[in-house]
Design a protein around this ligand. Structure first.
Ligand code: PMP
Length: 410
């Protein structure tokens, strides 16, 4: 039986996701790897299918009807993303492949103004995507990377962050929600602190967009990035929000079709925002289907989703409390539905393999956050990450499968 509470119709929601009907290794799929990527509702799959069946054409260039329809659908999706993030203007939404590409874009383009001795401040809980682009920038520019520390619960040390902010800090980049620990950062406060020091702020919203309501104007962040595929949308599409004033002053980062106004061998000039940053044919179908994903989550409501996932996290914590040898990694007070842990005497990869045979899909490894693993003195963790369609019974299935791991390694 599927557990549900009164207002959150989990049975109906699950019917929207065709993949949840399948079996793995002869058992019902229990998909708990949502922080890596989430499954897609029928509305998203159908939108992408309909796009290819009825209107596929290249955008922005064609005078023919299909091209106009495809352009309209793609641009309508941009407007949908604008509303989702509450950005002031559609020109502030740049379509990209995902969070990784968005951060690389900012590092490559905005980063050109950094000079030797300038500083970039990140935190010790960042995904590699929010570390390595800044390292590359520092290598190119001679800037210095500073890293604010985290405590044993996996919370950011605000004093460390504040202490490392200085007159040379040009960029502060931090995650909204940690993918490895689940920590929800006090982003509004961090943004204020960074702005008070004259730094621009990039917020990595890859994990936050599916779980929290984001209002970039209320946050007053300068850049916000997310990936569609973690938001129940397609892979290969995501968005960069940037304040128009900043984007306008930034140079293009990739050259090609669509990003130019005029090209000659002497000199080329750039297109308006946001196209200046969108060289080449994009993931049109993905862009169109992203708006179906946003409609889907907003229909359920991000607050309701966060409440449901928190319920699952509470259940997992209860089960974990009397599970011998289990150590949770990441116990922040303010936490999203990400449950990372290690088990005494069993390597996370072995746990993952046995869980898979029991039908339970989790992530094992360093979760692209090797410094986090180092901070907690573990090579890897097992991570169960909850999505809007998971149930309490599935949390119980995880722990039943973990008991099986215990038997195998007894
Ligand atoms: N940042 C965080 C916090 C993430 O969890 C991820 C994906 N695991 C990324 C960035 C990168 O996202 P993508 O691979 O979709 O570009």
């Amino acid at each position: 039986m599927i557990a549900s509470n009164d207002r959150y119709d989990i049975a109906r929601i699950r019917r929207d996701f065709p993949i949840l009907d399948r079996e793995v290794h002869g058992r019902p799929l229990v998909y708990l790897d949502n922080a890596a990527t989430s499954q897609k509702p029928r509305a998203v799959i159908d939108t992408e299918l309909r796009y290819y069946r009825t209107m596929n054409a290249n955008i922005h260039r064609g005078v023919h009807l299909l091209s106009q329809e495809a352009t309209d659908a793609y641009e309508a999706s941009r407007e949908r993303v604008r509303r989702f993030l509450n950005a002031a203007r559609r020109e502030e939404i740049v379509f990209v492949r995902g969070a990784t590409e968005a951060i690389n874009l900012v590092a490559a383009s905005y980063g050109q103004r950094l000079k030797s001795g300038d500083e970039v401040l990140i935190t010790a809980m960042e995904h590699h995507s929010n570390i390595v682009p800044w390292q590359l920038l520092c290598e190119r520019s001679g800037a210095v990377l500073r890293v604010a520390s985290i405590n044993d619960a996996g919370e950011l040390n605000l004093t460390s962050f504040e202490h490392l902010l200085g007159p040379r800090t040009r960029i502060a980049a931090f995650t909204h929600i940690s993918n490895a620990l689940g920590t929800i950062n006090p982003v509004r406060e961090l943004i204020e602190m960074a702005h008070a020091n004259g730094a621009v702020v990039l917020v990595d919203g890859a994990q936050a967009a599916p779980h929290a309501r984001v209002d970039v104007q209320a946050l007053d962040c300068d850049f916000y990035v997310f990936s569609g595929h973690k938001l129940y949308g397609p892979t290969g599409i995501g968005a960069l929000y940037g304040k128009a004033r900043l984007l306008d002053a930034m140079p293009p980062w990739q050259g090609g079709g669509d990003m130019i106004r005029e090209v000659s061998f002497n000199k080329s000039t750039w297109n308006d925002l946001p196209y200046k940053f969108e060289a080449g044919t994009p993931n049109i179908a993905g862009g169109v289907a992203l708006s179906a994903a946003i409609d889907y989550v907003e229909d359920i409501g991000l607050d309701a989703i966060a409440g449901h996932e928190n319920d699952l996290l509470i259940r997992a914590n209860e089960r974990a409390a009397d599970f011998p040898g289990l150590r949770p990694i990441g116990t922040a007070k303010d936490k999203a539905g990400i449950f990372s842990f290690v088990l005494d005497g069993v390597h996370p990869h072995d746990i993952g393999t046995i869980l898979d045979l029991e039908g339970v899909a989790v992530r094992t490894g360093h979760h692209c956050a090797m410094p986090v693993m180092g901070r907690f003195g573990v090579p890897a963790t097992v991570r169960a990450s909850f999505g809007l369609y998971n149930t309490r019974d599935e949390v119980d299935a995880l722990f039943a499968a973990l008991r099986r791991v215990k038997e195998v390694f007894a």
